[in-house]
Design a protein around this ligand. Structure first.
Ligand code: SAM
Length: 265
């Protein structure tokens, strides 16, 4: 993966035979995080070849990843109408956008999957190219101009934006949703209480070990997302949705540090 680099020599230590040995540090030094992916300290990215093993990696990294796709499909039945426009933000390889388009093929105008990474968008188009009614757009959510729509889904994507940016995107979604339309938001969350955060954090580490990651891969992934993924608390997420104007906001999923919300305009 292209987080690998030549590295910056920041320090040298002397070995027994007297040779100087370079010690590298920082995001330039990639470490294995499983599924043929590697990333350095605070160096996680979705670019380059990540798309190749993304589906396997996320499926065993996020509890109930596939089940929550199913849940979102069922939720979509309440909001998709004739000629609806639906967005999936951070579509990655397009799995969810493709399934939404297939489920509502007879009704919808379009499902638009948006992602900032060119390689992800290309893979999504390759994987879902034959599904009618779905298209993929390479764009930064921060700059994207949404059209009037009935349903917007963000499945573990806004967490990669800075806090103020998340709020801006939520406001622009609210502005373009039809009255009665919905925003489905899933995010990794932080517990407001220290003891609970510690306990849930440890259970999540166990989850990853149980799903075949080695302790080294778990540690490397955790180090790689420093400054890249900053979770909010459940209350902060729900407050942001209410502050944007959503009238009904509630939790539709929780598993360890992963939560899903439904917000209706
Ligand atoms: C965890 S993945 C999303 C998983 C996907 N929704 C699914 O169901 O499998 C997050 C995605 O968000 C994209 N992303 C991150 N920041 C973005 C931004 N500012 N604009 C658009 N996409 C972004 C990443 O490239 C990545 O593909």
């Amino acid at each position: 993966m292209d987080t690998a680099g030549q590295g910056t020599v920041t320090e040298s230590t002397r070995t027994k035979n007297g040779k100087a040995e370079a010690k590298k540090e920082g995001s330039e030094v990639p470490e294995e995080i499983g599924d043929d992916l590697s990333a350095g300290l605070a160096g996680w990215t979705f670019s380059g070849g990540v798309y190749r093993t993304f589906d396997e990696h996320i499926a065993r990294s996020v509890p109930m990843y596939a089940e929550c796709h199913d849940l979102i499909l069922e939720l979509s039945d309440f909001f998709v109408r004739k000629d609806s426009l639906i967005y999936e933000l951070g579509t990655a390889t397009g799995t969810l956008a493709g399934r939404i388009a297939q489920r509502h093929a007879k009704k919808i105008r379009r499902v638009i999957g948006i992602d900032i990474e060119q390689a992800m968008v290309a893979e999504a188009a390759r994987k879902c190219g034959t599904i009618p009614g779905v298209e993929f757009v390479e764009a930064d959510l921060m700059a994207y101009r949404f059209e009037p729509c009935d349903l917007v889904i963000s499945y573990y994507t806004l967490q990669f934006l800075r806090l103020e940016e998340r709020h801006d995107v939520i406001r622009s979604i609210y502005d373009r949703l039809a009255r009665g339309g919905a925003f489905v938001l899933f995010e990794k969350v932080r517990e407001p209480d220290g003891q609970l955060q510690d306990l849930i954090g440890q259970l999540y580490l166990d989850y990853k070990l149980q799903h075949g990651f080695t302790p080294g891969e778990v540690m490397a992934k955790s180090r790689s997302i420093r400054s890249v993924l900053e979770p909010s608390t459940s209350e902060e997420n729900q407050d942001a949705l209410r502050a944007a104007g959503f009238r009904s906001v509630g939790i539709v999923h929780k598993s360890l540090c992963f939560e899903g919300y439904l917000a209706v305009k």
